[in-house]
Design a protein around this ligand. Sequence first.
Ligand code: HEM
Ligand code: NAG
Ligand code: NAG
Length: 325
Amino acid sequence: MAAAVLVVYLAIMAAAALQASSASGAELTADYYSETCPHALTTIKLVVGAAILREPRMGASLVRLHFHDCFVNGCDGSILLDDTDTMIGEKTAQPNNNSVRGYDVIDTIKSAVNMVCLGNVVSCADIVAVAARDSIVALGGSSYDVLLGRRDATTASLDDANNDIPTPFMDLPALQSNFESHGLSLQDLVVLSGGHTLGYSRCLFFRSRLYNETSTLDPAYAASLDERCPVSGDDDELTSLDDTPTTVDTDYYQGLMQGRALLHTDQQLFQGGGGDADDLVKYYADNPSSFWDDFGKAMVKLGNLSPLTGDQGEVRENCRVVNQE
Ligand code: HEM
Ligand SMILES: *[C@@H]1O[C@H](CO)[C@@H](O)[C@H](O)[C@H]1NC(C)=O
Ligand SMILES: *[C@@H]1O[C@H](CO)[C@@H](O)[C@H](O)[C@H]1NC(C)=O
């Protein structure tokens, strides 16, 4: 009798302990899906690889998608939610509208993963985090372990997206305080800005730099940009953020040191006055292997921003809509 009471007591305590660890602050882990869906990660990698083969820029777009998800209330897949009658989401926020891409690739991954997992197992937020890593690796970056177990938000915030994502018109102090408000240091800012080793910007985001900041612009570079980005018009015309937009390398940092930063914010990281940011840019320009290592570490840090875990949020069946009932 006493033994039976003890067993019941221990079972209750164990259940309570499990609940406590899942309810609050559960940690993300690299092997989160190894039991529940052992083929999840290889499936995501295959779909990302195919998407990049079809259009190399998609790798850049998937990296940026993760950044814009994480900077708005954490890495919770909120950016993927379509507007509804009762909620305007993040997709039409200034930094995202007509700019963030890759939603369709995430949909394809989600369907594929639901199939190989025989059900709705892998969260949309985790898919975005893994797709960013796989894109970086596919385009020549070093691999890193993505920590997993994020759950998906049931809401999204247009206002927070407008307020929390840095604009390309900020000066260094504003960039630093934006990153600080996300728990990220100056070094994280410089390393993560290295994401601009991939992809493109539209003319409207660098026009004011091109015509009003000639003193910090390499003249030959400026001349080449004039054609692509006239004083007015051609707002959507694309120019690559560094010389090699489909390769993860340190050309981005070398460009900054030569006055060949496309965005105002990029040039803010190297102003030639010998500040801490200048030193970091120089360091990464000269040490590609440090960049590859530190970029992976900083992406893990980015991916750890306030995830929903345990029984918070949900695992969305369709990344664009909150689960019904
Ligand atoms: C530091 C503050 C940042 C600012 C102000 C900024 C701003 C921008 C802007 C204005 C564009 C062009 C968008 C367009 O033309 O539609 C862009 C593109 C991009 N950004 Fe950033 N960004 C920042 C940080 C980051 C970070 C941390 C990452 C990733 C780690 C990142 C990854 C990218 C990528 C990959 C693209 C190209 C996307 C594509 O071609 O589809 N950016 N960024
Ligand atoms: C979003 O972009 C579309 C297409 O460029 C435009 O028609 C619309 O007005 C924009 N919405 C917002 C909220 O800026
Ligand atoms: C350059 O700066 C002036 C003064 O701030 C502004 O009126 C003008 O629109 C800017 N030019 C471009 C192309 O952004």
